[in-house]
Design a protein around this ligand. Structure first.
Ligand SMILES: [Fe+2]
Length: 232
């Protein structure tokens, strides 16, 4: 499986605190059947450039190899919606032009559709991170659905599907999966304890959803839309 949203890079955001914790997270992921993780630190800090992320990813890959952990880390970023205008913040997943974008918690900004159109015209694709946790989407999921289409996809967080993010997020995530509106499931892991990198509990939770081949959301779609052609 491929995890496209994970805060495994140590010491850069509210994810892994130090290398030891990153290694512990990778061990959990490997045991769960995850082979590849895209490290997606929040890029609210302007010093966190693509070069800086790449070099930290290389360091982490060396550490995992030294510990005989069979998980490859790829570079990426989680981009706040408010920073999409800034071209230097458009850091894609695993060297691709797919941008993982985080909406504000409370609303869908009125300029979202226009900005996504602009981004697409510049050759990028938008992946909306965990829309099921957005309060406006919770109240009216169709507001999200109208934004989705070619070039704009949704990533559901695994913990939402098992109810760890509250009932509104669980119901919304399940609805999006059932409707076929979710393209990816990812862990959005932050540590090795309260928010660990696990996908399989969520896959078990959606086994009862008709016509869904759960593995598509954690393997086929990441390969199809993102690919993992960056050198790691
Ligand atoms: Fe995240």
């Amino acid at each position: 499986m491929i995890d496209i949203h994970n805060h495994i890079l140590p010491g850069v955001d509210d994810g892994a605190k130090e290398m030891e914790q990153s290694v512990a997270m990778a061990r959990i992921a490997e045991k769960d059947g995850i082979t590849d993780i895209i490290a997606t630190p929040h890029i609210t800090d302007p010093h966190l450039t693509v070069e800086e992320i790449n070099s930290r990813v290389a360091l982490l890959n060396r550490e995992l190899a030294a510990n005989n952990i069979g998980v490859r880390i790829h570079a990426g970023a989680e981009i706040p919606f408010s920073m999409l205008d800034n071209r230097s913040c458009r850091i894609g997943l695993a060297g691709s032009k797919n941008l993982l974008v985080e909406l504000p918690v409370h609303c869908i900004p009125s300029q979202a559709a226009r900005l996504f159109r602009l981004i697409k015209s510049e050759g990028y694709t938008v992946i909306i991170a965990h829309p099921e946790r957005n309060m406006s989407v919770n109240r009216n999921v169709e507001r999200l659905v109208t934004l989705l289409g070619p070039g704009v996809m949704a990533q559901i967080t695994a913990d939402s599907l098992i109810g760890r993010m509250g009932e509104p997020a669980r119901a919304c995530a399940r609805y999006l999966v059932k409707k076929g509106a979710a393209t990816f499931i990812a862990t959005d892991a932050h540590n090795d304890s309260t928010r660990p990198p696990l996908l399989s509990p969520a896959l078990s939770a959606i086994r009862t959803v008709k016509n869904i081949r759960a593995k598509k959301l954690v393997l086929d779609n990441p390969l199809q839309y993102i690919g993992l052609t960056d050198t790691v």
